[in-house]
Design a protein around this ligand. Structure first.
Ligand SMILES: Nc1nc2c(ncn2[C@H]2C[C@H](O)[C@@H](COP(=O)(O)OP(=O)(O)OP(=O)(O)O)O2)c(=O)[nH]1
Ligand SMILES: [Mg+2]
Length: 504
């Protein structure tokens, strides 16, 4: 087993114009300060303020958006990171682990990964994702490309249909069809940071947001040794080369994860489980009394001194007995959050340290807060109550259906761009306005210049005489549409849809 040395993981080099030579502790910290500036000032972070956490198109500003949620995750991530570092210091392990001069960067990388963790999420969260994937699946039929050429391949795009005797090309067609039907927020996040926003962050900072290690074009089940780490797609075919470089820069195994990513994941889990319940009370989906009853019933058998009683019951009792002027609701959630953090953060830190060897290798095939402990049970309890009493609320479901409709509708509106032949679309890209393509020209003008630029740059690398050109061109054209639509905020998507449907 390789020795643990975080200096090989906390790689402060960048893909372009990287700092060179040896750097002092202070200089390394400054490099990560520059990452912070790039992240905090990025428009993609600002757009999170109008994206759904749980409640789409929410007008009540006290209810969380992706941005306010991400700020809370950042705070919890920092808390876990500090807890880990202070325990390692007590055990005199900072130096042996190569962390002696890297505690600042360690914290900073975790914090910024937490702030960015939802950066690639489309409007309307999971429903936006489902809308994109369903729409593409209904046109590309990746399942028809799974094995050999079929006589009735239902793929609507001729260039992507498998053909007898074109094995290498068929392999590419299969890959592209699968990839385009697996849009995922985390994979889009990687694409956003590298290919679209060109933030040129350090390798370590990007490594920390690679949450899942499965390529989006993956067919079949992942290996059992990595089934958790490969639960969802983590990056697309368009970033394959970049991810290869990233793996090299961070000494990652083929499906391994960056060690600090486990902290970001735990911070997310801890934050949203209580926050979603608090938002539901704010939305009057249930009262605090009803919530307490739901939690009590869902916990199962109650024993004296259980984690439930230390955390939930304790918060409940304190919020009742306190005569402060604040509302019982506020007090209950304050105590619930503090009690939960005080139990789960030390436990997450303990799990990180106990499994250090595997985590350092990137091979620990679980979340930190996923085991048979009562800590994981508590997290599950909050999530279950949210699933049964919040996400299934009629008002939430109604909004989700509308969100799904908006995203499918927008894809439909932009679909003329996907129906153009490779020649016609190339002409449009070159001239920006083509007389005999009035609708397509106008749709093309609406796409964001940043997204168009990413398309142009990607396709400029290919040889147009090669047989794979129409396949690759179409792939990046679909990415362009997915980039544009997934980059919208909920409100922008909603307004665009109404305007383009001419309903107002
Ligand atoms: N409205 C609504 N919200 C949901 C549903 N399922 C989960 N949520 C909420 C719970 C959390 O606040 C938030 C988590 O969403 P994410 O898109 O980040 O997914 P998650 O963290 O589960 O997975 P990932 O980050 O991809 O590993 O979404 C649902 O069916 N409806
Ligand atoms: Mg998430």
């Amino acid at each position: 087993m390789a020795q643990i040395d975080f200096r090989t993981k906390i790689n402060w080099h960048r893909r372009y114009r990287s700092p060179q030579g040896d750097k002092s502790e202070h200089e390394i910290l400054r490099i990560f300060e520059s990452d912070r500036g790039r992240i905090v000032n990025s428009p993609a972070i600002r757009r999170l303020q109008q994206k759904t956490q749980v409640f789409p198109l929410e007008r009540n500003a006290a209810v969380r958006t992706r941005l306010t949620h991400s700020l809370e995750v950042q705070q919890v991530g920092r808390y876990i990171a500090k807890e880990i570092l202070s325990r390692l210091k007590e055990q005199r392990l900072l130096e042996p682990y190569g962390l002696g001069e890297l505690t600042g960067p360690f914290e900073s990388i975790v914090e910024m990964a937490c702030l960015m963790h939802d950066i690639g999420n489309p409007p309307f969260g999971h429903f936006g994702e489902a809308a994109i994937n369903d729409w593409f699946r209904q046109r590309l039929f990746p399942s028809d490309a799974a094995s050999q050429p079929l006589s009735v391949d239902r793929c609507a795009i001729p260039a992507l249909r498998l053909r007898e005797g074109e094995e290498a090309l068929n392999e590419l067609r299969r890959k592209v069809r699968q990839d385009l039907c697996h849009f995922e927020g985390n994979a889009q996040g990687i694409r956003l940071v590298h290919s679209l926003m060109r933030m040129n962050l350090t390798w370590a900072q990007v490594g920390c947001i690679l949450k899942y290690t499965r390529p989006a074009w993956w067919l079949g089940d992942p290996p059992a040794t990595h089934n958790y780490l490969m639960k969802k797609p983590g990056y697309y075919f368009s970033e394959e080369g970049y991810i290869d470089r990233l793996r090299e820069a961070l000494s990652l195994t083929p499906y391994g994860r960056f060690p600090l990513t486990w902290i970001m994941e735990a911070a997310d889990d801890i934050s949203y489980c209580v926050a979603d319940l608090e938002d539901a009370v704010e939305k009057r989906i249930f009262s605090v009394e009803e919530l307490y009853q739901h939690l009590y019933d869902a916990w199962g058998t109650h024993k004296k001194g259980s984690l439930f009683s230390q955390v939930v019951e304790n918060a409940w009792e304190k919020s009742r007995s306190n005569t402060l002027s604040r509302s019982t609701e506020d007090q209950f959630f304050m105590y619930l959050r503090v009690n939960t953090l005080n139990k789960l953060v030390p436990y997450a830190a303990e799990r990180f340290i106990d499994n250090m060897a595997q985590i350092y290798q990137g091979e620990f095939n679980h979340a930190l807060l996923e085991d048979d402990s009562s800590y994981s049970q508590l997290l599950e309890l909050y999530k279950n109550v949210a699933v049964h009493h919040v996400f299934s609320h009629p008002e939430v479901e109604q909004l989700e259906l509308q969100g799904y409709r908006v995203i499918s509708g927008l894809l439909e509106i932009y679909s003329p761009l996907l129906q153009l032949s490779v020649e016609a679309f190339s002409e449009l890209v070159e001239k920006e306005r083509v007389r005999h393509l009035p609708i397509e020209s106008r749709l093309f003008h609406k796409l964001s210049p940043r997204h168009r630029l990413a398309y142009v740059e990607a396709v400029s690398k290919f040889d147009r005489q090669q047989p794979d050109w129409p396949v690759l061109e179409f792939y990046y054209r679909c990415r362009l549409i997915q980039d544009y639509i997934s980059g919208m905020t909920d409100l922008y998507a909603w307004d665009e849809y109404r305007k383009l449907m001419a309903v107002e």
